[in-house]
Design a protein around this ligand. Structure first.
Ligand code: CTP
Length: 321
């Protein structure tokens, strides 16, 4: 791991120079190598750096995208070193698959978190999705060389290193952001929990208690089904669409019966099925799942870290791409 990786260090590494201890180590390294670049935006965008980064990636190194924000001077832009704890998490994800960069040159768009549907400026209908699973998938894809965008609905976790994060609040905003990002995506993962309904109207002012003690009745209208829309209108043939299903099972069928029906209804290629009876998965670092394929496959992933499930989901994506 080279962090921070300057434009100069990457230029020397790209050309096989070995005139100091660091570049000597890089030239002898047989392990996975990760660069976390940090520099001014102009340097990052310079054609020389662009070529050097492409060379390092072509040779199998993971060069993560710098974060955006305040740089070392008064300027802001792309070029910040991501949070060190997040760089560490990314390195763990790189090592989880031995440094393979089987998603190099691929673009992956992931949604994460849970949407909020506002009743008035202070109140909303929401859900318990934390964004942990979506962020773990984004991290696993970035660690395997993909260019990753996360559309994050109300996620309070730190930004994963090397991942572009777009923030939204409502299902309508999530819908628009996903459709805008979709055209260039090789794979889309809908890990977010968008609210199925929103209040018919939103009050500009805070709703007050009625003097007679009566409670307001909230009328709801259905939101767009983003996953179904993305599946039905693929930006290009071969674009892979992955959905999630949170199921409890009911009188009409088991968790897997309902999930198979959902896979067909949504029209996606893969459906990651979580059994949410009891609400155990929300905010928890662990998860178990079955990954159903539209081609009839079913892969069971035992209870384990969400980062481990993320790697298996990315294995399925990489294999299908
Ligand atoms: N999803 C979506 N747009 C919505 C609701 C859900 O794209 N308005 C996506 C989720 O991101 C997830 C998948 O659909 O990938 C399944 O979500 P789930 O809540 O399990 O299914 P629903 O469509 O809400 O179906 P139901 O509530 O009837 O089980």
């Amino acid at each position: 791991m080279v962090a921070p990786a300057t434009a100069n260090t990457m230029a020397r590494a790209a050309h096989g120079l070995a005139d100091d201890l660091l570049t000597n180590v890089l030239l002898t390294a047989r392990c996975p190598v990760v660069f976390a670049p940090a520099m001014h935006t102009e340097m990052w965008e310079h054609p020389a750096t662009v070529d050097n980064v492409a060379t390092l990636r072509r040779r199998g190194a993971v060069v993560i995208e710098p974060a955006e924000g305040r740089l070392t001077g008064k300027d802001t832009g792309k070029g910040r070193l991501p949070d060190p704890a997040e760089i560490f998490e990314l390195c763990e994800a790189v090592l989880a698959r031995g440094g393979v960069t089987d998603l190099a040159g691929r673009t992956v768009v992931v949604s994460a978190g849970g949407t909020r549907e506002y009743l008035d400026p202070v109140r909303f209908l929401g859900n318990r999705s934390s964004g942990l699973q979506g962020y773990a998938i984004a991290r696993a894809a970035a660690a395997r060389g993909a260019e990753v965008t996360v559309v994050a609905a109300n996620v309070t976790l730190p930004d994963p290193a090397g991942v572009k994060v777009l923030r939204v609040e409502t299902t309508a905003q999530l819908h628009d952001a996903m459709l805008a990002a979709a055209p260039t995506a090789d794979a889309i993962v809908m890990a977010a929990a968008p609210a199925d309904f929103r209040p018919t109207s939103q009050s500009d002012a805070k709703i007050k208690k009625a003097a007679d003690g009566s409670a307001p009745i909230i009328e709801l209208v259905q939101n767009a089904d983003i996953l179904a829309e993305l599946s039905a209108h693929r930006a290009h043939p071969g674009q892979l669409v992955v959905g999630f299903a949170a199921e409890t099972g009911d009188a009409t069928g088991s968790v897997l019966d309902l999930a198979r029906a959902k896979l067909a209804r949504k029209g996606c290629d893969l459906l990651v099925v979580n059994d949410v009876s009891g609400g155990a998965v929300f905010g928890s670092p662990e998860n178990a799942a079955v990954i159903l394929g539209a081609d009839g496959t079913a892969a069971e992933v035992p209870q384990g870290a969400k980062s481990a499930l993320a790697q298996v989901i990315v294995d399925h994506i990489a294999a299908r791409l």
